[in-house]
Design a protein around this ligand. Structure first.
Ligand SMILES: Cc1cc2nc3c(=O)[nH]c(=O)nc-3n(C[C@H](O)[C@H](O)[C@H](O)COP(=O)(O)OP(=O)(O)OC[C@H]3O[C@@H](n4cnc5c(N)ncnc54)[C@H](O)[C@@H]3O)c2cc1C
Length: 281
């Protein structure tokens, strides 16, 4: 839809141009969420794509930096190197967003995370692989947070006024993990009601990240490796009461709780059986 209160588009190419970001301003990435609903308070948009940040950068040491402006289409095409098998989840997470061709090509990783929908698959992927978010503020400062520290609830982030998400860095140890995921929706092309990612790091630690069935990501860590199925369900129930599950038209809390337990055990069983890394289930 038209945002007909917007009077100007700023195309920043350096950080100095961010200094006067203020009331009535918003960051624009792909625009697929921003233009999807009325935003009558907006007067000006700062188009982050003008920075032309490299979409994907593999650093020495193996960390992968994903620019906030990397599109789902770009991320979905990433090659999966032998030392980063968990990257096989990137395509599967992109496919969990049931958007159109247009959303696929303009929607960005950062926009998906900052929209902060519980069903945001980029939040799932980056939380599941221990992503560290680099946050820029308009005054030139920079800070780092984890994904669960950034996306704190349904439509809520911990970004302060004038802050933007610059990039998300996936560390080499998580990329090297044996990882898999499960996703379920109420309707075949519906939003995720639950999206869980499990991984076993090179040091043997098992991590389970629960998203979509909860308002924000919930992470469980098992330093001694894979627990039994019963212990895994007990750990989930110890962490999440029946009222901690998300409730909207895409699924009731009771059903999401059932999905979460079931999909967690499926992930556990797949990893116990040594199924191929990142392979579709
Ligand atoms: C048909 C359809 C289906 C969809 N399905 C899903 C779905 O299943 N799950 C889901 O999560 N979303 C879904 N969406 C919503 C949306 O398309 C995606 O979340 C998309 O990834 C948003 O990315 P964007 O780059 O277009 O964000 P934009 O619309 O540009 O921005 C979204 C919000 O984040 C802010 N923002 C953007 N980038 C940054 C940044 N770097 N730093 C700080 N703030 C920033 C913007 O100001 C805005 O408030 C769907 C949309 C459509 C139209």
């Amino acid at each position: 839809m038209d945002l007909n209160t917007v009077e100007a588009i700023v195309a920043p190419t350096d950080r100095a141009a961010l200094a006067d970001f203020g009331t009535g301003d918003a960051w624009l990435a792909g625009g697929s969420a921003l233009f999807a609903e009325p935003n009558p308070h907006l007067r000006r948009l700062f188009d982050l794509t003008a920075f032309a940040w490299p979409a994907l950068t593999r650093h020495a040491g193996g960390d992968l930096e994903i620019a906030a402006t990397c599109t789902l289409a770009e991320l979905s095409r990433i090659a999966v190197p032998a030392d980063a098998p968990a990257l096989g989840l990137a395509l599967r997470c992109c496919q969990s967003l049931r958007g159109s061709f247009k959303v696929w090509n303009v929607g960005t990783v950062g926009g998906n995370i900052c929209a902060a929908l519980p069903a945001g698959p980029m939040t799932s992927l980056t939380a599941g692989l221990d992503g560290r978010c680099t946050i820029w503020s308009a005054d030139g400062a920079e800070r780092q947070v984890t994904v669960p520290e950034l996306v704190v609830g349904d439509g809520r982030t911990s970004l302060c006024a004038g802050e933007l998400l610059r990039s998300i860095t996936l560390p080499a140890h998580a990329l090297a993990a044996r990882a898999t995921m499960r996703q379920a929706s109420l309707l075949p092309l519906g939003r995720s009601a639950a999206l869980l990612i499990g991984r076993i790091d090179p040091d043997g630690t098992f991590h389970l990240t629960i998203t979509a069935s909860t308002p924000s990501a919930v992470q469980l860590r098992f330093a001694d490796g894979l627990p039994s199925a019963a212990d895994l369900v007990d750990a989930i129930d110890a962490r999440l009461t029946s009222t901690d599950y998300f409730d909207d038209l895409h699924g009731t809390p009771a059903w999401r709780r059932h999905l979460t337990r079931t999909l967690a055990v499926e992930i556990r069983d797949e990893l116990a059986a040594g199924a191929p890394d990142g392979a579709p289930s």
